[in-house]
Design a protein around this ligand. Structure first.
Ligand SMILES: [Ca+2]
Ligand SMILES: [Ca+2]
Length: 388
């Protein structure tokens, strides 16, 4: 066990005993962050039922939780471990009363789940045909507007090319597990995606390869308006950076480039379009991204929530929305996923501090005109600013 891991465990213990402090978290004026749920061990992807039950997957913990806010005061009252002993059950999705859970090689379905949270029957295994590789094998899953369940299969490596076309792809299937097909290719490891609320087109994050240096390559936000697109991996990174091994003799124009290059090694995971009406109107239909934070970089970055603004179908800016989980080299938290709540507030999961946060807009302490972007966007990130 290395020192960092021991520190992580120690911090998790201290934070769970003494409560979480969010004093160091910076947000734009008028926003507030609070703890929605704590002691949610290894909290990863989130899915909300229409009744308001928040389902949360994990990786190392092997658990799935149901988090219930009985009195609707936006603080969790109960955290129920509904399933345990699963193999990296990172992905959760909810549809027609059933909870879908993605392990590494299987998709499980728990029917009528909300009536059975205290004594959940064994699930139906709807598909167990996925590769069994641990490397990038944990999955984010969601139902698309087409009613299909989208299931990524990561590259089983840092960088490699495999004959099996399922690797480095996003697949999709019917809700009964049948009709499995590849939707998009050339994707190293996406751990977050969402569909634009107006166009119904898929957008997704992708995590760049390691060991090309501190500032290369960028993580990516990609846009897949139709099936059968190829997003470059393992040949090109960040659009036109050829891979030293796999890029030779290939043309970057043959592949779809990112809609926006994100910071290098930031580990862009969950992303959601902001579909609520609580935040100022300039946030409507813009993309929030949870950046888990770097490990393959001499100076760590990420550990924050960023915002990518769209103008029509074009991503036009990349900004810091919430940060402060990284203080120098001290890690206080690692954002994993984003969930928009019915009231328009935003939940953020954190698998380091074992917490779910809630960000809301109050308008208090605003002081700055949100419509005047020159002064209000305190966290604007210039493309390429990491290059030394
Ligand atoms: Ca409550
Ligand atoms: Ca790419």
């Amino acid at each position: 066990m290395n020192k960092i891991f021991i520190m992580m465990i120690l911090f998790s213990f201290v934070s769970s005993v003494y409560g979480l402090s969010l004093d160091s978290i910076k947000l734009p004026p008028g926003f507030e962050i609070n703890v929605y749920a704590e002691n949610v061990f290894n909290a990863r992807s989130m899915a909300l039922s229409p009744n308001g039950t928040l389902f949360v997957g994990t990786r190392s913990a092997g658990n799935v939780y149901a988090i219930i806010d009985k009195d609707k005061d936006f603080k969790a009252d109960e955290i129920i471990t509904i399933a345990s002993g699963l193999r990296s059950p990172n992905g959760v999705a909810f549809k027609d009363g059933s909870l879908y859970v993605a392990e590494i090689s299987r998709i499980l379905r728990y029917d009528n789940v909300e009536a059975n949270v205290r004594n959940l029957p064994n699930p139906v295994v709807i598909n167990d045909s996925f590769p069994t590789d641990e490397a990038h094998g944990w999955k984010f899953i969601r139902f698309g507007p087409d009613g299909l369940l989208y299931v990524p299969v990561g590259a089983p490596c840092n960088i490699c090319e495999r004959e099996d076309k399922r690797y480095a792809s996003i697949m999709r299937m019917n809700s009964n597990g049948g009709g499995l097909e590849i939707f998009a290719q050339g994707i190293r490891n996406t751990v977050g995606f969402d569909w634009h609320p107006d166009t119904n087109e898929l957008w997704f994050t992708d995590n760049g390869r390691d060991w090309l240096g501190d500032d290369v390559p960028p993580d990516e936000l990609n846009h897949a308006p139709k099936p059968n697109m190829h997003f470059g991996f393992p040949y090109f990174h960040g659009g036109d950076i050829p891979d030293p091994e796999f890029g030779k003799g290939r043309n970057p124009e043959d592949y779809t480039k990112p809609a926006m290059n994100l910071g290098p090694h930031v580990a862009a995971l969950g992303m959601r379009f902001y579909t609520g009406s609580m935040f100022p109107s300039e946030y409507k239909n813009q993309i929030f991204i949870a950046e888990h934070g770097s490990w393959n970089r001499s100076v760590p970055i990420g550990y924050r929530v960023t915002l990518v603004r769209l103008n029509g179908n074009k991503a036009v800016s990349y900004e810091v929305f919430a940060d402060g989980w990284l203080q120098g080299r001290t890690v206080l938290g690692r954002p994993v996923d984003i969930q928009v709540m019915p009231d328009g507030s935003l939940l953020v999961s954190d698998d380091f501090a074992n917490a779910i946060y809630r960000i809301r807009y109050t308008g208090v302490n605003q002081g700055i005109d949100h419509k005047n972007k020159k002064t209000s966007l305190w966290g604007y990130i210039k493309q390429g600013q990491y290059i030394n």
